[in-house]
Design a binder for this molecule. Structure first.
Ligand code: FMN
Length: 240
């Protein structure tokens, strides 16, 4: 599970649960309904924080279910029982703390926070008249990572201890944690430095928050996709 924080039009923040995420190096692909407030905020500001909740946080995450920062509530969400919630942090009971390089706040209780910028937006089902414009894959680049000391691998500055990290996982719409590790992983024997790409250097040079936003207000999805496509960085290798 991921809790995405993003900035609304004013100074308030939005917070939304999502599970359709995968990771490639210092980038993530986020599958989002374009009608969500989160998607609209990402298109407008080009920024977000990906907060990873631990398995003990399922009740807080679930309090955000069927709520949206969008007002009015889109018809498709109304049909599913969604209601407008302007104060997602208050609703969840989670605590916002300032980020370093982006405007949206981080979630203090989440053991991992990743401050991100949107690099590209890839339309999904673009060839389908019925589905076009409804969902998109947001490619975001991580430029700052915060982790709780409790999950940092002892004696390292940049490794997570998988035996200490208990992520919240959604499987077919129900919440699960991890069981015990099943088998040693050969993949995990590859040195971390061999995964390093230019994105790691960019992350170190990320300017502090307060700089002008990367995308213009109200920029349509297709325009964003083309603009973002031009500033894609060099391709890094897959971890797999
Ligand atoms: C457990 C859970 C997982 C979800 N996963 C996704 C997802 O992967 N992609 C997505 O677009 N919406 C997902 N949703 C629905 C969003 O939370 C929903 O679209 C909501 O409107 C987002 O809030 P917002 O409109 O304020 O951005 C999920 C909701 C819950 C409760």
């Amino acid at each position: 599970m991921v809790l995405i924080s993003s900035r609304n039009e004013g100074t308030s923040a939005n917070l939304a649960p999502m599970s359709s995420a995968f990771w490639l190096g210092w980038r993530a692909m986020l599958g989002l309904g374009v009608g969500s407030k989160t998607a609209q905020n990402l298109l407008r500001t080009g920024e977000c924080v990906l907060n990873l909740p631990s398995d003990s946080m399922a009740p807080a995450v679930d309090r955000l279910a069927l709520t949206t920062g969008a007002d009015p509530v889109p018809a498709s969400k109304q049909r599913r029982g969604y209601r407008h919630e302007p104060d997602k942090f208050g609703r969840s009971g989670l605590t916002p703390v300032d980020s370093e390089t982006v405007e949206p706040p981080r979630v203090a209780e989440c053991p991992v926070n990743m401050e991100c910028v949107v690099e590209a937006v890839h339309p999904i089902a673009d060839q389908d008249d019925a589905l076009r414009g409804s969902t998109a894959a947001f490619e975001v680049r991580v430029q700052r990572v915060h982790v709780h000391e409790s999950i940092r691998m002892a004696g390292t500055s940049d490794r997570i201890d998988p035996d200490a990290w208990r992520p919240l996982i959604m499987s077919f719409q129900k919440f699960y944690g991890l069981g015990a590790q099943l088998h040693p992983s050969t993949l995990a024997s590859i040195p971390e430095r061999l995964y390093r790409t230019a994105d790691a250097d960019r992350a170190r040079e990320a300017p502090l928050a307060g700089r002008p936003t990367r995308l213009g207000a109200g920029t349509p999805l297709r325009q964003v996709t083309r603009a973002a496509g031009r500033c894609r960085g060099p391709r890094g290798g897959s971890r797999r």
